[in-house]
Design a protein around this ligand. Sequence first.
Ligand SMILES: *Cc1c(COP(=O)(O)O)cnc(C)c1O
Length: 387
Amino acid sequence: MQAQGYIADTYRRFPVTLVRGAGTRVWDDMGREYLDFVAGIAVCSLGHCNPQVIKAAQAQLERLVHVSNLYSSQPQMELAALLCRHSFADRVFFCNSGTEAVESAIKLARRRGHNLHGPDCYEIICLEGSFHGRTLASLSATGQPVYQRGFEPMMPGFKHVPLNNPHALKRGVTCRTCAILLEPIQGEGGVRIATDEFLQTARDLCDEHDLLLMFDEVQVGMGRTGSLFAYEQTPVTPDVMCLAKALGNGLPIGAMLAGETTMSHLTPGSHASTFGGNPVACAAAVEVVKTMLSNGFLQRIREHGDYLQQGLTAIAAQHSDKVKEVRGRGLIQAMEFHNPMPDLALKLLERGILAILSHDTVLRLIPPLVITRDEIDLLLKTLQEIL
Ligand SMILES: *Cc1c(COP(=O)(O)O)cnc(C)c1O
C-alpha cells in the first residue's frame, strides 16, 4: 500500500500488510495465511481476536469508554485486585505501555530514595543488554547503546553492569543507589536468562542497602514463562514489577505494581496518566488474567515450552555448525546462531510463519500462548528445512 509513505520511517517493516487475525493465525491483504510466532511481540497471548476478551471489551465499550482518574472506575479496581491477589503486590499504578510502566517504577524509586535517604539517593543500577523502552528515562535505563545513539545526553542516574556477574553488581552499589532494575529474562536483548545466583545477589544487596528490587516483566510476565509472573520461577520476589504487553491481549495497558509501604511514596498528585487504566483496556485485562489463572492454562505453557525447546535442541544438534545455543523458559524460546542470519525471518515469512530475530543472531520465538503441538511441529519442520 502506497499510503505507507505517510508514516514516519522508524521501523524496518516486513513487506506485508496484516488485515485480520484469529487465534494463532493472521492474514495479509492478499489473503495469505501466516502462523504467528511473534504475537505482536508477546502481546496477543490468548490469540488474536480472542472471543472472551472481545466480549468483555465490547460490553465495557458500550457502557463507559473513559473516565478521568479523578474518579473511580470499576474495571480498574477489579483488575488491580486480581493482580494484587495473585502477586506480591498491594497496589497498582496503571498506565498505557511498557515504557510508561518502567518510567513509573523509576519515579517511584527516586521518590522513595529522596524521602528515605536524601536528594543524592537517585541512582538505579541496570544491566547491559537490557531493554526498558524508548522514552528518555527508560531509554537511559536500557543497556544497549545502539538505541541511545543520537539522543544523548542520556538522563543521569543510571549505571550499567554485566548480566550474571554478582561481583560487578556488588561493586555497582554506592550510597547514591536507590534501586536495581532488571528483566528476569532479557527479551529484546536476545532471551538471556538471569541466573538464580545473580538474582539472589540482587535481592540480598537490596535488603542490605535498603534498595528497591524492580523487575521489568513487561515481556516475560503474564504467563509467558509458564507462571503468571516470571519471578515466581526464580528464588526471589521483587519489590516493584512492571507489566504491559500481554496484559490487555492487544489493548494498550501498562501497570506498575508494588507493596503498600513502597507505593506509599507516590502520594496524590505526584504521578498521573490521562488514559492509564482505561476502563475498556482494564475490562479486557480482567478477562486475560482470569483466563490465565483458569485450570491447566499455565501448566500447558510449560509443557508446550518444553516441547518447543526439545525440538529446537534437536535441530541445533544437527546444525551445530550454525547454531550456538538454544535457551528459554515456557513459551519464550530462542535459537542463537554463530553468525548473523539477516534473511531468516524473511525466509520464514515466505513459508507462512511470522518470527523475529534479536540483533540478527538470535531467533526469538514468542507465539500466542494458545499455540498447539501441531503448530510447533510446523515451525520446527520449516526451520529445519531452511537451515
Ligand atoms: C517491550 C518492552 C518494553 C517497552 O514497552 P512498550 O509498550 O513498547 O513501551 C519495556 N520493557 C521490556 C522488557 C519490553 O520487552
